[in-house]
Ligand binder design. Structure first.
Ligand SMILES: Nc1ncnc2c1ncn2[C@@H]1O[C@H](COP(=O)(O)OP(=O)(O)OP(=O)(O)O)[C@@H](O)[C@H]1O
Ligand SMILES: [Mg+2]
Length: 504
């Protein structure tokens, strides 16, 4: 007989067994490192890891709609991105269209899955919607007793690709969705109406917006071809220069001053620039503002990739003749006693912190009288390009004739019209109006010839009067001619919001 007694191994024997196992493992590992390629090693280790831990190979990223109280940008980007990955094998889709959207948007329904491949990595997306007992703190309109929905995307893939998915696929998805968003963007015209406030403290003015559906493009604009080409190149250079602005330590903004008589296409050019760049417009009427702080609140509430427009800068606020801020205050206060907005306030925001808070800002001032502007507004860095919008030229007329009457080559009246256009000053707006007045090419061009002849006589008469009076001041003469010719009242301080919107 013999008995078997089970003995616990001593601590020393366990340690020595472990040491010999660890030694053998190190030996195996060094052999493996030498003879097995790295990719295959990673694969083997993941298999062993899976066998040992019984965990699936898959790693899942959960991308929730909200990150605390703010929206999760990766969620929004994923939603846009996945619209392009919908295949016919998906059975349930959601379709929707907001009033301002261009197209109907199609997205996957809850529980549906989408497959994607990125650099040979297989990725599976799943849209998950779960009901929560707790009300959603982000949904301010939801009554407390209603269950809320928590939406998220789940992105699953082989664990080995974790770094690649994080460092390459997600950034690619963010870039791609930004690009898709740009392509489908509906341009907005943001305006500000005095007295509309949200927040109740009287200090948090916000913009109201409508769709900007202005059809003006660089192709439809009659302006000096070289200036047009130069401006388009300038805009293209500007939007490509993110790194450059960063390198030289300048805020990524550009200022343009458009000047010229009424009806020469300044507002149309702004719309053409917005359409060209796909930028929203913020139309700021300085006369509606009460103070610098109101101006600051408005500017802070503007988005990147936008154009801030201040039209008729010479008459929006009477600080053109100011030497000091104090004078500007006095000048402005004469008209509106409560107003405390100053030119330096405006310039500070444009030069200072506001413009460096955002990216790709364009600021446009327009005026009918460049000579009346404060030189501070014109110095380089504020208004980088000064663009003169002038009276109609023969080339401008050809473009308008092509746009309005579809005459792309020659017409027997072109010679006479071009001669008259050179001899008299007529705005593109007037030519355009004349070409629209009548039915048919002959009548329209005939009407234009008559108008140009009348204009020439009127202008000669005005000139004769001036010569008789012995006026020597060339500037005064030019001003008078402009007023007589255009026969449009100056808009100094006379515009309401309705008028402004109609102009767009
Ligand atoms: N250069 C142009 N090319 C094509 N159309 C033009 C041009 N200038 C004016 N027009 C036509 O005349 C209309 C009025 O022009 P626009 O409002 O752009 O002029 P403006 O220079 O802004 O005038 P204002 O100084 O009075 O604001 C435009 O809607 C457009 O149809
Ligand atoms: Mg205008």
């Amino acid at each position: 007989m013999f008995t078997v007694t089970e003995k616990m191994p001593s601590a020393t024997s366990v340690l020595s067994a472990y040491a010999s196992f660890a030694g053998s493992m190190m030996f195996v590992r060094s052999i493996a490192n030498e003879f097995i390629p790295e990719q295959f090693r990673t694969y083997l280790s993941s298999v062993f890891y899976h066998v040992l831990t019984r965990e699936p190979y898959l790693l899942t990223f959960v991308i929730q709609e909200f990150d605390g109280l703010t929206r999760n940008q990766v969620y929004d980007a994923s939603e846009i991105f996945l619209r392009t990955k919908i295949t016919p094998n998906i059975n349930r889709l959601r379709i929707s269209k907001a009033p301002r959207d261009k197209n109907v948007s199609v997205t996957i329904e809850k529980g549906q899955e989408i497959m994607d491949v990125f650099e040979e990595i297989q990725l599976k997306w799943r849209y998950v919607c779960s009901e929560s007992e707790k009300p959603n703190p982000n949904d301010l309109y939801q009554p407390n007793n209603v269950k809320s929905e928590q939406k998220s995307f789940e992105l699953s893939f082989d664990k080995r690709h974790r770094d690649k998915v994080l460092e390459s696929y997600i950034p690619y998805l963010l870039r791609k969705s930004k690009q898709l968003k740009e392509e489908n963007k509906v341009l907005k015209l943001h305006t500000y109406e005095n007295g509309i406030y949200y927040g109740g403290d009287g200090n948090s003015g916000v913009w109201s917006s409508i769709n900007l559906e202005h059809p003006a493009t660089f192709d439809t604009l009659a302006m000096d071809p070289e200036v047009k080409q130069g401006l388009m190149e300038d805009l293209e250079r500007f939007v490509k220069r993110r790194e450059f602005y960063k390198k030289v330590g300048k805020a990524w903004k550009r200022g343009y001053l458009l000047y010229g008589p009424p009806g020469t296409g300044k507002s149309s050019l702004i719309a053409a620039m917005a359409n060209y760049l796909n930028f929203d417009i913020y139309d700021l009427e300085l006369a509606n503002l009460q103070s610098n702080s109101e101006l600051r609140n408005l500017l802070v509430a503007t988005n990147n990739r936008s154009i801030l427009v201040i039209e008729d800068i010479d008459c929006s606020a009477d600080f053109s003749d100011r030497d000091t801020d104090q004078q500007a205050d006095q000048c402005y206060n004469r008209r509106q006693p409560e107003t405390k907005m100053t030119l330096s306030g405006l310039l500070n925001f444009i030069d200072g912190l506001w413009s460096s808070c955002g990216d790709e800002r364009i600021i446009i001032f327009t005026t009918n009288h460049k000579d009346k502007l404060d030189p501070a507004l014109l110095r380089p860095g504020r208004m980088d390009m000064h663009i003169h919008m002038s009276y109609c030229t023969p080339k401008g007329f050809r473009l308008l004739a092509s746009n309005y009457l579809s005459i792309h080559k020659e017409h027997k009246l072109f010679g006479e019209i071009e001669q008259l256009i050179q001899e008299s000053q007529i705005t593109p707006a007037e030519v355009a109006e004349e070409l629209m007045k009548r039915e048919g090419v002959e009548k329209s061009l005939g009407g234009l010839v008559e108008l140009l002849k009348r204009r020439k006589i009127e202008q000669n008469e005005v000139k004769g009067d001036e010569d008789d009076k012995g006026t020597t001041n060339e500037e005064q003469k030019r001003e008078k001619l402009e007023i007589e010719e255009v026969k449009r009242p100056r808009r100094r301080n006379c515009r309401g919001r309705g008028m402004r919107l109609r102009r767009w």
